[in-house]
Structure formats: C-alpha cells, structure tokens
Design a protein around this ligand. Sequence first.
Ligand SMILES: Cc1cc2nc3c(=O)[nH]c(=O)nc-3n(C[C@H](O)[C@H](O)[C@H](O)COP(=O)(O)O)c2cc1C
Length: 178
Amino acid sequence: MATIKLLGISGALREGSTNRMLLKEAARLAGDVDYSEADLQLPLYDGDDEAKSGVPARVEALAKQVSEADAVVISTPEYNGAISGVLKNALDWVSRVEDNPWASKPVALMSAAAGRGGGNQAQVMLLSCMTNFAPRIVSGPLVAVAGSFEAFDDAGQLKGEMYVNNLTALMEKLRAAV
Ligand SMILES: Cc1cc2nc3c(=O)[nH]c(=O)nc-3n(C[C@H](O)[C@H](O)[C@H](O)COP(=O)(O)O)c2cc1C
C-alpha cells in the first residue's frame, strides 16, 4: 500500500475537539498515510485588511497544505444547524489565493456533534460550501457521529461498530480516488 499524504481539517479549534478525534480515527483507518492537521487559527476575513496587506502567510500556508495533500478530510461540528464560522472563514480565505488548491482534489466530508443528528445538517451545508471549489468529493457512506462527547473511548477510538465500518469504507473510497 502506497503512503498517501492526508490532510485533516477540523471545523472546531478546541484541544479536546471530537471532530479532531474523528479526523485522527479517519487517518488511522485509512491505512498507510502521512497525516497532518491544518491550523484554522486565522484572522477573520476582512476585505480592507486583504487590500492593505494581501493574503496572510497562514492562509497561504493552509492553501499550500491543501494543494500538496493527496487527499483531504474535513470534519465539521454543527453550530445551530450550520458549519462553524471558523471553517467557513478558512474556506473563504483559501478561496482568495491565486490558484484554487481544491480543484479535482479528493475530499471526504464528515461531522461530529453533540446532537442526535451527528451534525448531518452541517455536513449538507459543508457539501454546498465546497461545490464552488470543484473538488472530487467522495460520497458516502455518511459519517455523522452523534452524541460525540460519548462516542470515543479513553484511547480516543470510535466506539460504535457502525461508525468504524462506515469510516473505514469512506477512507477506502478516498484512497481509491487518489
Ligand atoms: C454555538 C453552538 C451551537 C450548537 N448547535 C448545535 C446544533 O445545532 N446541533 C448539534 O448537534 N450540536 C450543537 N452544538 C453542540 C456541538 O455539537 C458541540 O459543542 C461540538 O460541535 C462538538 O464538536 P467538538 O467536540 O469538535 O468541539 C452547538 C454548540 C455550540 C457552541
């Protein structure tokens, strides 16, 4: 199995984020990967700042990470039925670099949320947000981890067999798309 460069993007910033845990599980179940996680600690997009100073170095670095990855996994929390502002801000910033790093990029989407829907609604919104950038989104099986604060064991591994099977299948599809 060839090693693939996998980039994880979490829509939640916090240290103990269950979306970050889900990304790590995606990397583990994806087999032989060189995994790194993006840093979405970016300034809020402001057209005046951009006109004055250009695209921030941190945004250029993020776009380069996307561009150099063989595949990308994005996991979003659900805030009021939508993706997080942190994630939308990062997507908007990256759209301001010269070349679109998402073009034809194999991308898998997933979510983890406290509610019973597992962030399904946010994931639909994320799909719609990504469409503009023309990546190759691998579709299904749906990975939307419900009750996410209780969904991982002490070692950070996903508890439910259905989640593990679906995430494994999704990662196989993502690898096949590379
Ligand atoms: C502002 C806000 C809005 C939220 N709205 C929802 C929601 O609509 N649906 C849901 O399932 N959970 C909602 N939650 C709970 C989140 O699912 C949970 O805090 C978080 O997304 C889990 O992700 P994390 O562990 O990666 O931080 C909300 C949390 C916050 C802070």
